[in-house]
Design a protein around this ligand. Structure first.
Ligand SMILES: *Cc1c(COP(=O)(O)O)cnc(C)c1O
Length: 365
């Protein structure tokens, strides 16, 4: 049933869920991505048959053959979104249709079959419904949802696989950065790039992250929190961080962010912030920003704020920039007003505390 037909999910509740007292203890300090709920969703795909066997079942290890294609050629994509405990006690998702659409685009780039958007959305709903007790309720915490899919054919030949497995797991999370919302120092890598034109930069694939880890290690060696990548062709323009997009805020209140064009991941947070800032009457321009321009505008004071954004950390202020020949700070290095204000507005929309005029909030009944 690869067409528009609706997949039916078989629900098999976990016979041995985590005891309530233990769950509450885990939820009191979840950290990021280290604890998981009682269930998972699995959907299988085989060429000729399409997507089938959609299930909600006990979260458990998956048996894999050592010749499973993903272990060799990395046909794997993922998404990341959060379920929030809303002000009225309900559960909200932020623009899950956008994640479903991006999952389809990532699949195309990696020559994988697209999962129907309805199946993606239904899997989210089913898992949240069955694991509802795992949704943390404190501010800054949420249930992080991780849909992913990989080539699971037992075959060592190099071609798009004929079998795939989609999974959805969920992890209660606190704040992404252990220190909370603090400005970070970023490292401009002279060594590594993230994505080249024609490459996989716009796809949310595991390989992009594997390739960013050495650069991230280089950043940490230089006492930086995150790496910021320059374009792969001229090594001149700012692309994005390893897993977050970037915005520049100027003294006239306008914002600039690098344009999408194949080498930058089209972040849903990025897109939402462009809309929100414009609705506040700000000018937002998508244009290339050269590293030299960044440094010069920080020195002149024209550049007032810089921040990174993505689902995991929402908005992270960038206070300091380090590169092989030196470093500079953005204004006085503390979080700026526009950065903080946009963050608050976005979080308030996600938690149902202010009106959602853009229809971004998806309620789980
Ligand atoms: C996921 C991701 C982002 C942020 O996307 P959101 O949809 O805002 O979470 C930015 N850059 C990269 C490389 C990513 O993988």
């Amino acid at each position: 049933m690869s067409g528009g037909d609706k997949l039916e999910f078989e629900i098999r509740p976990n016979p041995q869920p985590v005891a309530a007292a233990e769950r509450e203890a885990l939820l009191s300090n979840p950290g990021f991505g280290r604890i998981f709920t009682d269930h998972m969703v699995t959907i299988r795909y085989v060429e000729g048959k399409g997507w089938y066997d959609a299930r909600v079942e006990a979260r458990a290890p998956i048996a894999m053959d050592p010749a499973s294609a993903v272990l060799h050629y990395a046909q794997v994509i993922f998404e990341g979104l959060k379920a929030y405990h809303a002000a009225d006690g309900g559960v909200t998702l932020f623009r899950p249709e956008a994640n479903a659409a991006r999952f389809v685009e990532s699949a195309r780039r990696m020559a994988m079959p697209p999962l129907p958007k309805q199946a993606f959305l239904d899997s989210l709903r089913h898992l949240i419904e069955i694991d509802r007790a795992w949704l943390p309720t404190t501010e800054e915490s949420s249930l992080y949802l991780r849909p992913f899919m990989f080539a699971n054919e037992v075959f060592l030949g190099v071609r798009p696989a004929h079998e795939y497995l989609f999974l959805l797991i969920a992890s209660p999370v606190g704040s992404y950065f252990a220190k909370g919302v603090q400005p970070v120092t970023v490292w401009v890598s002279p060594t590594y790039t993230r994505a080249a034109p024609g490459g996989t930069g716009a796809a949310k694939c595991g390989g992009n992250y594997a390739a960013s880890l050495a650069a991230q290690a280089e950043a940490i060696e230089h006492d930086c929190d995150q790496v910021v990548f320059l374009d792969a062709v001229q090594r001149r323009y700012v692309d994005e961080l390893g897993g977050m997009n970037i915005f520049f805020v100027y003294d006239d209140g306008s914002l600039v962010t690098p344009p999408l064009g194949g080498t930058i991941l089209p972040g849903i947070t990025r897109d939402a912030l462009i809309t929100l800032a414009r609705q506040q009457g700000r000018t937002v321009v998508e244009r290339p920003v050269a590293f030299d321009e960044w440094r010069a505008d920080a020195a002149s004071g024209r550049l007032r704020e810089v921040f990174a954004c993505g689902t995991a950390a929402v908005i992270t202020p960038i206070g300091r920039v380090r590169y092989p020949d030196g470093e500079f700070t953005i204004a006085d290095g503390t979080p700026g007003e526009i950065t903080t204000g946009l963050r608050q507005t976005l979080v308030d929309i996600q938690r149902g505390r202010i009106e959602d005029v853009n229809g971004w909030i998806h309620r789980i009944p």
